[in-house]
Design a protein around this ligand. Structure first.
Ligand code: GLC
Length: 729
């Protein structure tokens, strides 16, 4: 009787626990995700639910900044792990325990920091921002997703879209610079590359927009500190990239370490729930940053780990990364009525939904493929080289580049034969041995016709000048000097802030020592932040910023020096004249006295401004024109400009379209990037670039409550050094 009754009763209640063939609904791939989530949730015990809200780690923790108690025994039913290994067999064994040795067989979600490549490492995000090529960024993220998924990683903690204006902060390397629009466009391109249109059983992975929010404002450029930011700035500068990524369907968001105006990001209900979930409708889940829940105690926002768990969870953090607070205290918090079963169910649903969408229930295991079928595909390396070349920025060229008529090249400096530091921070499973050195790139590029002569010159830092003499001798014997300088990979990235953005003295002195050899000096810079180059700038014939370009930076750099590649990178972050100028960025508000208030010792202007970058072509901009001279809030209109390539070298130009609202009830930046387009302009040709302006999108501002603001009056739309004035009625 009982057996017959149960299905009957359950059917009357309108909920079917099992299909006709007895298979539970949550195991039926043909059912909707919501049906499957609802069915599975109903079957779960409290302990099983709480486990889903926790993420532990497996494998050797390669992030030296994240210290703390390791969880020895990872329970089979854990919701997620940060998987530091690329060992598919180990991953499948962990997954087997979850799927075959637990009551409901809920698969584990494997996450990792796939930031600029999985094994095929391409340029750091700050460099990607300088490429102004979102479709290429999307391609590389798709490559990274394929390598990751085929290697057992389902979820990446990327893109990092923290707008930052302080180059002392090591994590500027991970974002797309100082501009909200650039971070939004590149963030969306990354989300699309990782996630594609369908996560289900494809070579795609879930993305994670981080670190929500305002982390780039860390006080003094020091990591993990508090941030003081007005709601106006949050809305007009730091939130827009996240809104764009949520609208693009990013599956997860990571809460930041920083305290925001006295409420840490990881316990900030206004941001995590009111804005992210209620206002923007984010249907995925929030994962805390590493130990960020427990760190609420250190931040003075929770008395103990239990209160930290309560504050983070009720604010809107669904998954607790690493510190075990949720698992340890949720049963008590539930018993005490401080959290509810309903809140737990809602959080668990969001996590289960992603697991169903990824197809983990149908295919929990990763096929074991030979390495050659998983990573380092030739087309991936080619794309990595192309993005490296498009992200490099030619800062100075007195005509020495592209090199020609040289027989002997001196290749000097600590970066010349380095493989490790070229990969930068957050190198995932990248291996130095896969990287091509700058020297090798030059060898390959200039071939047997040119002789290369190498000397280290000096180390990255220290005070050993014993290599100077040899370097000078070499320089004296050669036609040109290529001096490869820069930063160690660990000088940027997490917990890698520096009090000065100048290169170490020893490198500056090597430039000075070589500048008196009477030979052209081409300085190649590999670094993870804007640098103070004011000392070496007058001494160099040319300076090429190659950033940390990944595995194929050598070829890309050599291609630019030979002229095979016409440099097209433009800065997405300002280069100050000195550390003392920080913060300095293009989209600042106007001064009360624009012609005064200057430093007494140096200019107020940066050394290289946002959008700057030289080409071998000569691009000449025509006058702007619009298809109307009267604009209204609801009428899109088009502005256009002709750009002529007055050189004999085909080249890519990026036209940056800026908007200025000279008078508004909330003061606005002197100009705001609102659109850009990169296009090839053949030698001698003229291309017409257009900006289809949708006033409510492109002219509007936002107020301190996040409401759009578009007021009648004058607007200027400009490119380069010219603008068009239009009157919004
Ligand atoms: C780190 C970083 C975060 C990263 C996480 C997992 O502390 O802040 O960006 O995704 O831990 O490694």
């Amino acid at each position: 009787m009982k057996r017959i009754l149960l299905p009957l009763v359950v059917t009357i209640l309108g909920v079917s626990c099992a299909g006709d063939d007895g298979i539970p609904v949550y195991r039926q791939s043909g059912r909707s995700v919501d049906e499957r989530v609802e069915d599975l949730l109903r079957r779960m015990t409290l302990e099983e639910k709480i486990l889903q809200l926790n993420q532990y780690i497996v494998g050797l923790n390669t992030n030296v900044n994240n210290i703390g108690r390791e969880i020895e025994e990872v329970p089979a039913g854990i919701g997620s792990v940060i998987y530091f290994s690329d060992n598919v067999a180990l991953r499948n064994e962990l997954q087997r325990k979850a799927v075959e040795e637990t009551r409901l067989g809920i698969p584990v979600l494997f996450g990792f920091d796939v930031i600029h490549g999985f094994r095929t490492i391409y340029p750091i995000p700050l460099a990607q921002g300088c490429s102004w090529n979102p479709s290429l960024v999307e391609t590389l993220c798709r490559t990274a997703a394929r390598e990751a998924r085929l290697s057992g990683t389902d979820w990446t903690f990327s893109p990092m879209i923290d707008v930052s204006r302080d180059a002392r902060w090591g994590r500027v390397a991970e974002c797309y610079g100082e501009d909200p629009y650039c971070n939004a466009v590149m963030g969306v391109a990354s989300v699309r590359g990782y996630q594609g249109e369908d996560l289900y059983l494809t070579e795609r992975i879930a993305a994670c927009a981080k670190h929500y929010v305002g982390y780039g404002l860390s006080q003094g450029g020091r990591d993990y500190t508090s941030t003081d930011v007005s709601m106006q700035s949050l809305w007009d500068t730091y939130l827009p990239p996240y809104k764009a990524c949520v609208e693009a369907g990013v599956e997860t968001v990571m809460s930041a370490f920083n305290d925001i105006n006295g409420v840490p990001a990881t316990a900030n209900a206004a941001l995590l729930t009111d804005i992210l979930k209620r206002r923007w409708g984010h249907a995925g889940f929030v994962v805390s940053d590493w130990n960020a829940v427990e760190q609420l105690v250190a931040q003075g926002y929770a008395r103990d780990r239990k209160e930290a768990a309560l504050r983070a969870f009720t604010a809107g953090v669904e998954m607790d990364m690493k510190d075990d607070c949720y698992r340890a205290y949720f049963p008590e918090l539930l018993d005490e009525g401080k959290i509810t079963q309903r809140q737990i169910d809602e959080a668990v649903s969001r996590i289960l939904r992603l697991k169903f969408r990824l197809g983990l229930f149908e295919r929990p295991y990763t096929d074991s493929l030979p390495e050659a079928e998983r990573v380092l595909a030739p087309e991936a390396l080619q794309a990595a080289e192309q993005l490296a070349g498009e992200s490099m920025v030619l800062l100075k060229n007195d005509g020495v580049l592209p090199l020609s008529g040289v027989d002997d090249i001196a290749v000097i400096g600590p970066m010349a034969r380095d493989r490790f530091h070229l990969l930068g921070s957050w190198r995932c499973h990248g291996r130095a041995e896969d990287a091509q050195t700058l020297y090798e790139g030059l060898e390959q590029e200039f071939g047997s016709g040119v002789s290369l002569h190498y000397a280290p010159g000096c180390d990255f830092d220290g005070s050993d000048r014993s290599g100077f003499a040899r370097a000078r001798q070499l320089a004296a014997r050669c036609d040109v000097v290529i001096l490869c300088l820069g930063e160690r990979a660990e000088w940027s990235g997490e917990n890698a802030s520096r009090s000065t953005i100048a290169l170490p003295e020893i490198q500056q002195e090597l430039v000075e020592a070589l500048s008196t050899c009477g030979k052209p000096l081409v300085v190649v810079l590999s670094n993870g932040r804007p640098l103070d180059l004011h000392r070496m700038e007058p001494l160099a014939s040319a300076m090429l910023e190659i950033w940390q370009p990944g595995l194929r930076g050598g070829s890309a750099m050599a291609g630019i020096l030979s002229g095979r590649v016409n440099p097209s990178g433009r800065l997405c972050m300002t280069f100050p004249r000195s550390t003392g100028q920080i913060p300095i960025f293009y989209n600042s508000r106007s001064s009360a006295r624009p012609d005064q208030g200057h430093y007494q010792d140096i200019s107020n202007t940066p050394l290289y401004e946002f959008g700057y970058g030289l080409s071998y072509s000569k691009f000449v901009y025509g006058e702007l024109s619009a298809d109307t001279d009267r604009i209204s809030a609801h009428e899109p209109f088009t502005v256009r400009v002709d750009v002529t390539n007055e050189s004999d070298v085909d080249g890519y130009e990026t036209v940056h379209w800026y908007v200025t609202d000279p008078c508004c009830s909330i003061t606005r930046p002197v100009k705001e990037l609102r659109y850009f387009e990169k296009r090839l302009i053949p030698a001698g040709a003229t291309e017409t670039f257009t900006f289809r302006v949708v006033p409510e999108r492109d002219l509007a501002y936002v107020d301190s409550e996040g409401n759009p603001l578009l007021e009648a009056g004058e607007f200027r739309i400009g490119v380069k050094d010219r603008s068009l004035t239009l009157n919004l009625e």
